[in-house]
Design a protein around this ligand. Structure first.
Ligand code: FES
Length: 106
């Protein structure tokens, strides 16, 4: 980890919601998933400076593969279905540094 890096992991959930019929992450539970991830990181006390930051984001331009989230600095993209997927990403990737292969977007 770079000494200048404020967060060890910075996570962005696309929570964009479109009304024009085009695919978007919002209608697939993105906001609830982002809140769940935030809550879990807080419970595990891995949130904050030098640790993890969970943010909502607008469209990340991978709409057809959504719902999507991305973890930096690795640039690892994930999709998810439910809270147990989010828990697995938090526990494995954010806590133990091990990417969750089965949820990665290739
Ligand atoms: S709407 Fe989520 S990536 Fe575009």
């Amino acid at each position: 980890m770079s000494e200048h890096q404020y967060f060890k992991h910075h996570v962005f959930f696309c929570t964009n919601q479109r009304d024009d019929g085009r695919e978007s992450c919002g209608p697939h539970g993105a906001e609830a998933a982002q809140k769940h991830a935030k809550k879990r990181c807080k419970e595990l006390n891995i949130n904050g400076e030098g640790k993890v930051r969970i943010n909502s984001a607008g469209c990340l331009d991978r709409c057809e593969l959504g719902p999507v989230m991305v973890v930096y600095p690795e640039g690892t993209w994930y999709t998810y279905v439910d809270n147990s997927d989010i828990d697995e990403i938090v526990d494995s990737h954010l806590v133990n540094g091990k990417e969750v292969e089965r949820l990665k977007i290739k």
